[in-house]
Design a protein around this ligand. Structure first.
Ligand SMILES: Nc1nc2c(ncn2[C@@H]2O[C@H](COP(=O)(O)OP(=O)(O)OP(=O)(O)O)[C@@H](O)[C@H]2O)c(=O)[nH]1
Ligand SMILES: [Mg+2]
Length: 482
């Protein structure tokens, strides 16, 4: 597609100017990738907070060796993008209400700069280095748009309709199917028809999102999370009953929908990819595997399919000529199962093993030549502590925290202030057992409020407690502090 070439040329030019500025101060563009509610905003906030406040990061070597001189926020490199509301998120998390940030509705960016001493020069303190870390946050819904870049309107229509006619979605698609049956793809194009079709289709998507336990594949992402495109004509299309063999007649509804779909891909999806993903150096892919495991094998399969489709796009991006031209490509990817604090630590390695297995299946078609991959179970913000509780003759490994108001465990309804010890259940030792459906409903999930902060003995101000966030940081950027 011609527009793809233009986008790639922009990336290449941007990359070259970045290379020159990179000679002055090295920059890592860190991609935080994950579907909706996977934990991106919380991860970015916790990462920045721990680096700014000298949190306990024993496995982040530069910090453990005392070589971090100063970490601070700087103006980001793109003036046209809003700044990541870091201070607002921290205020919410640490304020008297202790609440999690809301779902993200628009894109934002942040630059963190770290001054450090090179290894071996600690005593003399003569030579220092500086590293910029650029991070972008965006609504997870938009990520699922990336696969549209390689689908024609007809292929997308066919796939979307097939999905709406099977499984859990069928019973949610009644009104959408009824309306679809009244649409004649060959009929003359009409603005009113396009608008109505888009409205009925969007209502169907919204219903799936509400009722579906897994919402890993519901593009186009902007239909549910329009950002600044609210009311834009770019969002007035819908799938029709057409196949890739159907040629669109000039002036027909089909041709109109096809043109709008192409515009959406060219003006929304491609710029999103090429502006924010095509130039990444490092990437962390977050997955809320625990929620999917608890919902059952269909949800895990959906998550796996969503990740696989998205990662295939990154693979394509890595092969593009612009990456060859600028020499930039993603060379490290960490896959992380988030919210590990909802399990006792005895299950953390098991969660990692299950993620490995899911990825083995999801990544079958996707290879990342030259990139180092790793897998981790993490909690960016640890909301629980651990305790053992004696119940009858058994000793149960429990987690302790403040369940959010309205959460129910057994008979008890929580008010949002009372702490509780909860036995969350165990993950199976054999990861395959987690994927065959036998463990659905066997982990007990409670949403906890963010933790109260307290400073460690060597800290001036407290940072968020975490699980294996330091390991993630070391893997993602540790080598840049040599
Ligand atoms: N216990 C616990 N809960 C977490 C953690 N990280 C995220 N959560 C929960 O997951 C929810 C979603 O996290 P977000 O960071 O907002 O997810 P996101 O990926 O930014 O979601 P979108 O903005 O919708 O794409 C939060 O509101 C928390 O309830 C964690 O480390 N521990
Ligand atoms: Mg978010």
């Amino acid at each position: 597609m011609a527009s793809t070439l233009i986008e790639e040329a922009r990336v290449a030019l941007g990359g070259i100017s970045e290379l020159f500025s990179g000679l002055v101060s090295p920059t890592v563009r860190l991609g935080v990738t994950g579907l909706s509610r996977s934990g991106k905003t919380v991860f970015i906030t916790a990462l920045v907070h721990n680096l700014l406040h000298g949190g306990r990061l024993a496995l982040f070597n530069a910090q453990a060796e005392g070589r971090i001189v100063r970490a601070y926020l700087e103006p980001q490199s793109h003036d046209e993008i809003p700044r990541f509301a870091y201070e607002d998120h921290v205020a919410l998390l640490t304020g008297p209400e202790r609440t999690w940030p809301e779902g993200t509705r628009r894109i934002s960016e942040l630059r963190l700069t770290i001054d450090y001493r090179a290894r071996g020069l600690v005593a003399r303190n003569t030579h220092g280095g500086q590293l910029h870390i650029d991070i972008v946050d965006y609504p997870g819904e938009w990520l699922l748009d990336l696969p549209l870049m390689s689908l024609s309107y007809e292929e997308w229509s066919q796939a979307t309709l097939a999905q709406s006619r099977s499984g859990a979605r069928l019973k949610l698609a009644g009104a959408f199917h009824d309306h679809l049956a009244t649409l004649e793809p060959e009929a003359r194009a009409s603005e009113a028809a396009a608008q109505q079709a888009a409205r009925v289709f969007t209502e169907y998507l919204a219903r799936c999102r509400r009722d579906d336990v897994s919402l890993s594949s519901l593009p186009p992402g902007r239909f549910l999370m329009p950002g600044d495109l609210e009311g834009s004509p770019l969002l007035t299309f819908a799938p029709l009953d057409v196949t890739p063999e159907t040629a669109a007649k000039r002036g027909s509804l089909h041709a109109m929908m096809q043109r709008r779909y192409d515009s959406y891909v060219a003006h929304v999806v491609q710029p999103f990819f090429y502006d924010h993903f095509a130039r990444l150096d490092r990437q962390i892919v977050l997955a809320d595997l625990l929620t999917a495991l608890n919902a059952g094998p269909a949800a895990v399969a959906d998550l796996s399919a969503g990740l696989s489709a998205v990662l295939a796009c990154f693979r394509q991006g890595a092969n593009s000529w612009s990456s060859v031209f600028t020499g930039r490509r993603i060379d490290r990817i960490l896959f992380a199962a988030t919210k590990a604090d909802l399990l006792h630590h005895g299950s953390h390695d098991r969660l990692e093993a299950i993620l490995r297995l899911v990825l083995e299946r999801a990544l079958k078609r996707v290879e990342f030549a030259g990139a180092r991959l790793d897998v981790a179970a993490i909690a960016a913000i640890r909301a629980t502590r651990e305790a053992t509780v004696r119940q009858g003759g058994d000793i149960l490994p429990c987690i302790v925290g403040t369940p959010e108001a309205g959460e129910v465990v057994g008979e008890e309804l929580f008010d949002g202030d009372t702490e509780a010890a909860i036995f969350p259940g165990d993950l199976p030792a054999d990861p395959a057992k987690a994927l065959d459906g036998s463990m659905a409903g066997s982990i007990r999930f409670v949403r906890f409020r963010p933790p109260k902060l307290s400073a460690g003995p060597l800290q001036s101000s407290p940072a968020f407690p975490h699980i294996r966030l330091d390991r993630a940081i070391e893997f993602l950027i540790g080598d840049r502090f040599r």
